[in-house]
Design a protein around this ligand. Structure first.
Ligand code: ZN
Length: 270
């Protein structure tokens, strides 16, 4: 599943290629994504100019002045820059031609989204409830501490709650809690301000490391090589149940929280 770092690397890969941003063509091959692609999107977008490509959580926001094209990659989506003549695959549902490039959405499971918003996108129903942006300066220990107030859920689940922090998925929640030495089952509201400082720093460091790893594969996002392009990384605990902790040597454990796998080291995390 594309997580926040993949979405941010996608944004960084595409943005410098947009040039003047003039949209010269739109092809919708499959309208039934997570939500229907708007019927008149082709007419709406053609001739529009993309002024900026931003990101909020895992949503990509193409700012077109008169409105915003919102793209979400869902469970299996990728957005790539292809050549006009590249063959179209069965899962290539949406093309956006901008100047000399074509941006193509491939999404085998069709949980992604292509939407149009004429209001301030921050007020769009999908974005309005998003918590603080974890790579922004606003994501501090204090902000996290405030967001966790009154939350009785386990910190692992709170961290994955988009209302608390925008876009921290399962991999990064597991890895951040390990780096902060925090047991994933700790009740969220009980984390002290100092532990919240440590956790916010760990979330940021974990995401920054993923971005750095992704930066080296940036080219994959602007070439149509057919591979999903998700980053290979060196994890501390994620999917390492039964293996020795890289720090203390104790066996990494797995539990299930909210139907998602949680991995932690009983020696390092309290
Ligand atoms: Zn350990």
């Amino acid at each position: 599943m594309p997580e926040l770092p993949e979405v941010e690397i996608t944004r960084r890969g595409i943005e410098p290629l947009l040039g003047e941003g003039l949209i010269t063509g739109v092809v919708v091959r499959h309208r039934r994504l997570r939500w229907p692609v708007p019927r008149n999107l082709e007419a709406t977008l053609k001739g529009a100019r993309i002024g900026a490509l931003r990101r909020r959580g895992k949503y990509l926001l193409f700012d077109c002045g008169k409105g915003t094209l919102i793209i979400h990659l869902g469970m299996s989506g990728s957005l790539r820059v292809v050549s006009a003549g590249d063959p179209v695959g069965a899962y290539d549902h949406f093309d956006l031609a901008v100047g000399k490039i074509t941006i193509r959405l491939r999404d085998p499971r069709r949980f992604g989204a292509v939407l149009w918003c004429t209001r301030d996108p921050a007020t769009h129903p999908l974005l309005a409830g998003l918590g603080v942006e974890p790579l922004s300066g606003a994501f501090t220990g204090g902000a996290l501490h405030d967001a966790l107030r009154g939350r009785r859920a386990a910190i692992k689940q709170a961290l994955m709650d988009y209302r608390v922090v925008a876009g921290v998925g399962n991999i990064y929640a597991n890895e951040s809690l390990f780096r902060a030495d925090i047991h994933p089952l700790t009740r969220a509201e009980r984390l002290s301000a100092i532990r919240c400082e440590r956790l916010a720093a760990a979330v940021r460091a974990t995401l920054e490391d993923a971005l750095a790893a992704g930066g080296s594969t940036l080219r994959d996002f602007v070439q149509s090589d057919g591979s999903p392009g998700y980053f290979q990384q060196h994890y501390f605990v994620y999917e390492r149940a039964g293996q020795p902790c890289r720090i203390c040597g104790r066996t990494v454990r797995r539990v299930v929280q909210g139907q998602r796998s949680t991995f932690y080291c009983p020696g390092c995390q309290h």
